[in-house]
Design a protein around this ligand. Structure first.
Ligand SMILES: C[S@@+](CC[C@H](N)C(=O)[O-])C[C@H]1O[C@@H](n2cnc3c(N)ncnc32)[C@H](O)[C@@H]1O
Length: 398
């Protein structure tokens, strides 16, 4: 199945009024302008300012932190940052009212679908403690974080996540918002053609948009998604059932997985580890190593490390830590990933990292051609929300 012929989940679509739709379109266009045009101008502006420094025989910033210090009082940088923060705030303001109106209907759809349990499953554990890293922070300025519930068996935060993702990524993630999953799963099928995974797990799956891509590429596999946030999992289960994908969702903390040792062939995550407190990341990798079968693959799509990018590109990614309520992001980017993987129990020679081009942007033929070309991690497109994006991942084979 390709992203184009996927069955839709139209019933979960939120009815925006005309003015709300206009606002959503405006916010999406504003985001594109900020992430593409203004970001590019900011980079040029920085190059110009550093050239002037060199002319005056003054030092230029050599680290992400130094770039931030150098730019933080700069008028252009302040304008860029103010607009980017405003566009983020506007995102949530735009989706909130229509989703509140849809609350009851989302609930009813989810209840109706739950009566058809032959397609996938949903297991919730209301007694599971939700980590403070989720409850105490409105991560990326998202009011209510992932876990908040506003009525019984609520789906609100799942709907907020999907709709804010749709608007904020201005088409980059494909029509089903699953470009990371599609690109990564296809890449693994190309690189490890002998692998026929029977069980695949997505850690921190939120609404399962990237989880489903693994089922498309490996239809024979049992595909699981875990997350701590019940509203996102309820929404994800309804979404998958409407799309006729059999996915298994369970509320679980990735630091203490309830699965038996050596039970999975692939453990994947995307955009997950950078939202986890520094001290808990080794536990998650240790758990991943435990549940993988020998020969199994661990894959984390993430932000590239500070050491792999230029000072400016690194500063650009760290922007979210300073201004977008992403408190763990910057520390994550300083981790020595190879060392982390080895400490979790993998052999150093089995460490893998690569960048994967965006499948939905390129289509099959161009995407395959790009796989054959040299794709440096330190390209200005790696992990950047702009056209030409490519996904960085690290991991290991057990
Ligand atoms: C940025 S989202 C992940 C996004 C998603 N994987 C994607 O590809 O877009 C982070 C998710 O991790 C979940 N989460 C945070 N801490 C967790 C933990 N310790 N165990 C499991 N899930 C966790 C959050 O509830 C949230 O849904």
């Amino acid at each position: 199945m390709t992203p184009m012929d996927q069955k839709s989940h139209k019933q979960l679509e939120i009815a925006f009024k005309r003015d709300e739709r206009a606002k959503a379109n405006f916010v999406s266009a504003l985001r594109r302008h900020v992430f593409e045009d203004l970001a590019e101008s900011l980079h040029q502006h920085y190059n110009q300012r550093t050239k002037e420094q060199i002319k005056k025989a003054l030092p230029t910033p050599q680290t992400a932190r130094a770039v931030h210090q150098f730019l933080r009082n700069d008028e252009y940088f302040k304008f860029y940052s103010a607009l980017r923060v405003s566009s983020q705030d506007l995102l949530y303001q735009t989706v909130r009212a229509p989703i509140e109106r849809a609350q009851e209907s989302l609930y009813n759809i989810s209840k109706k679908l739950a009566r058809r349990p032959n397609l996938g499953s949903l297991i919730l554990h209301p007694e599971l403690p939700i980590p403070r890293s989720v409850t105490d922070i409105d991560i990326h300025l998202m009011p209510g974080s992932y876990h908040s519930e506003y009525c019984t068996d609520d789906l609100t935060m799942g709907a907020v996540y999907e709709n804010r993702l749709k608007i904020s990524t201005f088409g980059l993630f494909g029509p089903n918002l699953d470009d990371i999953g599609q690109s990564m799963a296809r890449f693994i099928r190309e690189r490890f053609p002998y692998m026929l995974p029977k069980k695949i797990l997505d850690l921190g799956c939120t609404v399962g948009h990237n989880t489903g891509a693994w089922k498309d590429i490996y239809p024979e596999a049992e595909v699981y998604g875990i997350d701590v946030a019940a509203p996102c999992l309820r929404y994800g289960a309804a979404r998958a059932r409407l799309q006729k994908r059999s996915l298994h969702f369970e509320q679980m903390n990735a630091t203490a997985l309830k699965f038996p040792s050596q039970s999975f062939d692939v453990v994947f995550s995307s955009m997950f580890l950078h939202e986890i407190p520094h001290k808990q990341i080794p536990k998650i990798l240790f758990e991943t190593h435990r549940i993988l079968k020998p020969g199994g693959l661990m894959l984390h799509m993430e932000l590239p490390s500070t050491s792999q990018l230029s000072a400016f590109d690194s500063f650009y990614l760290d922007w979210d830590s300073h201004y977008n309520n992403e408190p763990f992001y910057q520390a994550f980017r300083t981790i020595n990933l190879r060392k982390l993987v080895v400490q979790a129990g993998f052999n150093a020679e089995n460490y893998i990292q690569d960048v994967v081009p965006s499948f939905s942007a390129l289509g099959d033929a161009l995407w395959r051609a790009q796989l054959k070309s040299n794709r440096p991690i330190n390209s200005s497109k790696t992990g950047r929300l702009s056209s030409g994006i490519q996904w960085f991942f690290f991991g290991a084979q057990k």
